[in-house]
Design a protein around this ligand. Structure first.
Ligand code: NAP
Length: 239
């Protein structure tokens, strides 16, 4: 059975990917702060298939190296990679510090780079593999008061499109999803009024469910003739 490695698998979209993948894949999820959530997800899903949680701070290359080597020890190889770990921050650009910028890029961009670096070697040897990054609608369109976040999510799209071309001759596909407003903990920093305003501007008239993003991620991970694709999962956009 193929193995999927999911960063951000302890909560939200990453946890939803684990729920979609279990039974079909051996599932390795990474957690940083939410160990309890990661372990209880493993307990819940272990009735359906093989799953294990591993500690990893994706912003540290050393931590990523250690986690990936433990996953490889446990499951043998990593066939599919989903990079969903991410942080967001809402701040006026004039208040944004160099530290804020570094933190956002450390998790969202460096984390994606480190994981890909560590996982791609095995894929290159096997001449087979599939990677999906979780970017954001704001990575394509930019969001007011989210300049660091939007820039980091745009960087992920650039990385995916470049790798899609570079790795295609080796049978490795790289795709991206750009979710809109999805009902996870990440939305909790917004007030009820803010969320109502966002929802009123979404053509489908509601927030997305993490399961709906997860289904799109699994689709792209398995779509054998799609690479370099940026798939919006956003209810028709946010105006
Ligand atoms: P979430 O519920 O806040 O979950 C964030 C996940 O990222 C958690 O599993 C967290 O792990 C992990 N994480 C954060 N920093 C980490 C680090 N340094 N090392 C390892 N793991 C780390 O958010 P979500 O909505 O599921 O977001 C998942 C992805 O979707 C993110 O990349 C986000 O930018 C993107 N996205 C979300 C939305 C939305 O509306 N929700 C829209 C567009 C894109 P721990 O809790 O274990 O630390």
């Amino acid at each position: 059975m193929d193995t999927i490695l999911i960063s951000g698998g302890s909560r939200g979209i990453g946890a939803a990917v684990a729920r979609e993948a279990i039974g079909k894949y051996n599932v390795a999820i990474l957690y940083k702060n939410s160990k309890d959530k990661a372990l209880s997800l493993c307990e819940e899903l272990s009735k359906k298939g093989a799953i294990e949680a591993f500690y990893c701070d994706v912003s540290s290359y050393e931590s990523v190296r250690e986690a990936v080597s433990l996953v490889l020890k446990r499951f043998g190889e990593i066939d599919k990679l989903c990079c969903a770990a991410g942080i967001s921050q809402t701040k006026l650009f004039i208040d944004l510090t160099a530290e804020d910028w570094k933190n956002t890029f450390g998790t969202n961009v460096d984390g994606t780079f480190y994981l890909t670096k560590e996982v791609v070697n095995g894929m290159l040897q096997r001449k087979s593999g599939s990677i999906v990054y979780v970017s954001s609608i704001w990575g394509e369109e930019g969001a007011s008061m989210e300049s660091a976040y939007s820039s980091s999510k745009a960087a992920i799209i650039g990385l995916a499109k470049s790798l899609a071309k570079e790795l295609a001759p080796n049978g490795i596909r790289v795709n991206v999803v750009t979710p809109g407003a999805i009902d996870t903990d990440m939305m909790k920093e917004y007030s009820k009024e803010d969320i109502e305003e966002v929802v009123s501007s979404i053509p489908l008239g509601r927030l997305g469910d993490p399961k709906e993003v997860a289904e799109s991620i699994i689709f792209l991970l398995e779509a054998s003739y799609i690479t370099g694709c940026v798939l919006p999962v956003n209810g028709g956009g946010i105006n």
